[in-house]
Design a protein around this ligand. Structure first.
Ligand SMILES: *[C@@H]1O[C@H](CO)[C@@H](O)[C@H](O)[C@H]1NC(C)=O
Ligand SMILES: *[C@@H]1O[C@H](CO)[C@@H](O)[C@H](O)[C@H]1NC(C)=O
Ligand SMILES: *[C@@H]1O[C@H](CO)[C@@H](O)[C@H](O)[C@H]1NC(C)=O
Length: 376
């Protein structure tokens, strides 16, 4: 009898030591936005709007604050705080190179930090605004053939539609839809403004002449077709840094999806911005679709992690991004950063807004710290 009562305890110990989770027995399921019910869509848009009405945390301490990031605003909402976090931790350029190790892009923590960042917004929506769901994903490979006409952008229902392209005569402001100016959705960084979108399938033409830019004439949607994404998931066996480089690079799918949306998603400065404002993807999470995009990025990463046994624990990459050298050859060679290496024990920066987690704690999505999964 004594032995019997010990058995369940023993199996828990074994489970934990094998890396599986005892606590995650009922993972939340992330679903395709296009397949949500109207009630589920409404719950999502309502919770995003709700967070943009909730007061922000007055104790945010910026850690990098590059020249083109303002100090925290006293008017910031809980949603703006979340944006600030991403804005502050963008690769430090110019005088702040010494702080580049705090970057959350182009180094070993990119995929884990964004996994965690997206999950934190889901948690905020649930805890502060009574959201019942999980973070949906925008399955953009299905929409690559016609991004501009895709239902996610054409649906401008004021309650459930997150679409609408920007009005070129009004600073590319999205006017209709649940996130449009008419709905009252508004943002505080870099200055107070409404959501903007500027569709372009050749979004990098303005970068012509910038010597480090790969191909200014590339067509964004050719980087995220179903075939490309299938090859990405099936490729790079056991090669974490190769996988990340093929996903995150300037002319690869992760960045192309940001670029094709334009406006806030690519960090265009709102009209009337002060001189320090300079276009960068710092405040790209002003665009709530950022989180449907990053849920998709995370879903692809999850699929890759589970595709072959040698992918499951694969990890690598450095701490220092090379973006600040403005050299495309470096960007390709050191796409996931320079030494010192990132380790699984590396704690990811949070500016005092959320609890800090290590990469190890977020290595898999069905564990004690995350506990969600994806609908196929
Ligand atoms: C905060 O809001 C007040 C009132 O609308 C405005 O006067 C002030 O300029 C805003 N501050 C910032 C930093 O946006
Ligand atoms: C990219 O988008 C254009 C315009 O919508 C479309 O004609 C083209 O077929 C798309 N390319 C791919 C590879 O889907
Ligand atoms: C909108 O996108 C086009 C095409 O990429 C670009 O030329 C233009 O500068 C963008 N508009 C703004 C306000 O940045």
């Amino acid at each position: 009898m004594f032995v019997q009562s010990l058995l369940p305890l023993l199996s828990v110990v074994l489970l934990l030591s094998s890396g599986a989770s005892a606590a995650c027995t009922n993972p939340r399921v992330r679903k395709n936005w296009h397949k949500l019910t109207l009630e589920e869509k409404e719950d999502w848009t309502r919770s995003i709007a709700c967070l943009s009405q909730k007061p922000g945390n007055p104790n945010i301490i910026p850690q990098v604050r590059p020249f083109n990031v303002p100090p925290p605003s006293p008017n910031a909402s809980a949603y703006d705080d979340h944006v600030y976090l991403h804005m502050d931790l963008y690769p430090a350029v110019s005088f702040k190179r010494l702080l580049a190790f705090l970057s959350v892009h182009f180094n070993g923590q990119f995929l884990f930090w964004h996994r965690w960042y997206t999950f934190q917004l889901e948690e905020e929506m649930r805890n502060k605004c009574g959201y019942k769901g999980s973070m949906p994903f925008w399955k953009w490979d299905d929409d690559a053939k016609d991004v501009e006409g895709s239902e996610i952008f054409t649906d401008v229902d004021p309650i459930t539609g997150i679409g609408g392209w920007g009005n070129p005569d009004n600073d590319w402001t999205v006017e209709e839809g649940a996130l449009g100016a008419k709905s009252g959705f508004s943002l505080n960084y870099p200055i107070k403004h409404s959501l903007r979108r500027n569709f372009s399938n050749q979004p990098w033409i303005p970068f012509e002449g910038i010597p480090f830019w790969p191909d200014p004439h590339a067509k964004a949607n050719e980087t995220f077709t179903p075939e490309k994404i299938e090859a990405l998931i099936d490729g790079f066996r056991g090669d974490f840094t190769g996988f990340q480089a093929e996903f995150e690079g300037w002319d690869k799918s992760h960045f192309a999806v940001h670029s094709v949306i334009g406006g806030d998603a690519t960090g265009q400065c709102p009209a009337g911005s002060p001189d320090w404002c300079q276009q960068a993807t710092h405040w790209s999470s002003n665009e709530p679709m950022f989180f449907l995009h990053h849920s998709m990025v995370d879903r692809i990463f999850w699929k890759w992690q589970n595709k072959y046994p040698e992918n499951k624990e694969a990890f690598g990459g450095g701490t220092l991004p090379v973006m600040q050298y403005f050299n495309n050859e470096y960007m390709v060679r050191f796409a996931t950063g320079l030494s010192p290496p990132m380790t699984r024990r590396s704690a990811m920066p949070t500016l005092n807004i959320y609890k800090t987690r290590t990469i190890q704690e977020l290595f898999h999505i069905e564990n004690d710290y995350l506990c969600y999964t994806y609908e196929d």
